[in-house]
Ligand binder design. Sequence first.
Ligand code: AHR
Length: 342
Amino acid sequence: MKKRFSAAAFALTLAALLVSACGNGGTAVNNGGSEKPAGQDSANTGAAGGGTITMGFSQVGAESGWRSANTKSIQESAKDAGIDLKFSDAQQKQENQIKAIRSFIQQKVDVIAFSPVVESGWDTVLKEAKDAGIPVILTDRAVDSADKSLYRTFIGSDFVEEGRKAGRWLVEQYKDAAEDINIVELQGTTGSAPANDRKAGFEEIIAENPKLKVIASQTGDFTRAKGKEVMQAFLKAHKDIDVLYAHNDDMALGAIQAIEAAGLKPGEDIVIISVDAVKDGMQAAADGKINFIVECNPLLGPQLMEAVKAVVEGKEVEPRIVTNETTFTSEEAKAALPTREY
Ligand code: AHR
């Protein structure tokens, strides 16, 4: 399509980003050594007495490469830490997560951790866990509960900032645009924190340039199949799409199939930005089909186990543990691929 962004702009972005570092998040716990807050003692006397810690973990599902890497990280880290993991896959359904949490309460696990599929509707079940004296840790995604005492900490990415990073790159690419730049957006799961926040962060930044226009925005549920289906519909409805902003790599990869099937070149005819930086996404970036990826690190297992142990030992835990992340242009993705862990 028309407004290609220049090779010079790419080179500048590359130079700027080469200095940014990639790494894992900070320390999960603060060894403050305080007393356990009331109602947050470990329910399982085995762990409290120095025995094996039992953790119930409710995972969102297996919707993306990111999620598979996250599950692997949690399972391996639990094993390494000697934590007895009771793992439950919610298949992207909140009702399944609520059932799993209630079952963990009945089983009197020491700690419950979960990655909430959507942000709202958790207060009742979290209150049940609190009343049972079982501490809860959120990983990856947040809940919108006003009562922060319902969980001990939230370990995960800053999704708003991820959206802003995507927006900043785009603003820079098109700072001299003379015509409107038509953007289509593939949103993550409706009501989920990453979908809400990545959208908000991106919109906040692109508002700086009125030429950047989101002409269509729909959920692709974080899956490849849905990303492809929705992109097909976008291509049918809009003849002049310049940019695709996908909230994760899997949807971008599905969309790439639709773009190619329509006889267009992903990364050239349509500029593509995505989030995650899983191996398949990085490969697509190295091949020039995705132009820019914002990293979202799924390797949260070690930080989670550290927090679980601290909570059981009655230590103080930071209420918010943010994961450090970077971004990748095509050239950077090419360089990073051989050592990419997920
Ligand atoms: O919550 C993290 C998001 O969930 C990842 O970006 C996406 O790939 C996953 O399904």
